[in-house]
Design a binder for this molecule. Structure first.
Ligand SMILES: C[S@@+](CC[C@H](N)C(=O)[O-])C[C@H]1O[C@@H](n2cnc3c(N)ncnc32)[C@H](O)[C@@H]1O
Length: 298
């Protein structure tokens, strides 16, 4: 089975405005689709650094002298690039979320389609797993996760049912979790609600919002003047943060104004929001929620 079919491939790499001898970073290597396209457009003197925290992605590494794959979380992007002597780059690409491979391997626990142990860790070495969230978080914490990251109105009642059930027996598998939450899964919308529950737990397990914010905050400093940031997100929580960061250089509130009354921001958006065409969605259904935003360093 194919590891991952890259989404908005041309548009995202076009957004980087690749210079032949430039230095680029793909912070979500996965199956390497975007990385391969970047390498195609780079000359002999160009360089590409890629990150992925999933050990499975390392198997897709590319045999190319211009390429380095770093098995780390992109929230530490600056630190690891510095390790390779890189302080400034010409472009950074991020394609957030889960790869098809992670969804398709039942034991990883990401998919609502399979019976599996509660896991959902992108980095298999992390301690925090879906089991911990479901069985060890307080009722209040579970409610917050389901409410914030799943936007589930029944979050308080769901949290209460989970806590009452795990006292009797730990909730170890996806089937058990589904059973415990059965009354919240209307037959017509079972998959949709289940997907929201899974999304919420997955975001918490992988600390996705914290990682995304820490990553974005480092990008203005890393990019050379005129350098590009090309970011694909897959749900509104992520996209809202990306959009606000590009516009304001921060996630909440408004930035300072200069003497002319203009906002002092490090990035400027390039073009508008880009989403996949109907044709792309037909070929690759997983692209349907993708939103691409591009920014340039001022
Ligand atoms: C949607 S896939 C990327 C697919 C890739 N663009 C391709 O063309 O194959 C996202 C990848 O990013 C990785 N990832 C997600 N969050 C990460 C993080 N905080 N640090 C490092 N890698 C991360 C996941 O393990 C996954 O392999």
């Amino acid at each position: 089975m194919e590891y991952h079919n890259p989404v908005l491939l041309k548009e995202t790499v076009d957004g980087l405005n690749i210079k032949e001898g430039g230095v680029y970073v793909d912070v979500t290597f996965g199956g390497g689709g975007h990385s391969r396209e970047i390498l195609k457009r780079l000359g002999d003197k160009g360089k590409l650094f890629a990150f992925d925290q999933d050990a499975d992605a390392l198997e897709n590494t590319l045999e190319d002298d211009r390429f380095v794959l770093i098995h780390e979380n992109f929230r530490f992007i600056k630190r690891f690039l510095r390790f390779y002597g890189v302080k400034k780059v010409d472009g950074i690409l991020a394609d957030f979320g889960v790869s098809s491979h992670q969804f398709d391997v039942a034991e990883r626990g990401f998919s609502t389609r399979f019976e599996a142990d509660l896991d959902m860790r992108m980095n298999q070495q992390n301690k925090l797993s879906a089991f911990h969230v479901v069985n060890e978080y307080t009722e209040e914490q579970i409610k917050d996760v389901l409410l914030q990251y799943g936007e589930l109105r029944s979050a308080p009642a769901m949290a209460s049912v989970i806590v009452a059930s795990r006292v009797v027996e730990p909730i170890k598998t996806s089937e058990q979790l589904k059973g415990v939450l059965k009354k919240f899964l209307p037959p017509k919308h079972e998959n949709k609600v289940l997907a929201q529950i899974y999304q919420a737990i997955r975001i918490e397990v992988n600390q996705e919002i914290e990682a995304l914010k820490e990553f974005l905050l480092q990008t203005p400093d890393l990019l050379k003047k005129g350098g590009r940031l090309s970011v694909i997100s897959y749900h509104s929580l992520e996209d809202r943060l990306v959009k606000r960061f590009i516009r304001n250089g921060m996630f909440e509130g408004e930035p300072e104004k200069d003497v002319f009354g203009n906002f002092e921001v490090p990035l400027k958006k390039v073009g508008g929001l880009i989403v996949p065409t109907k044709e792309e969605v037909k070929i690759n259904n997983r692209s349907r929620s993708a939103k691409l935003r591009i920014a340039g360093k001022l």
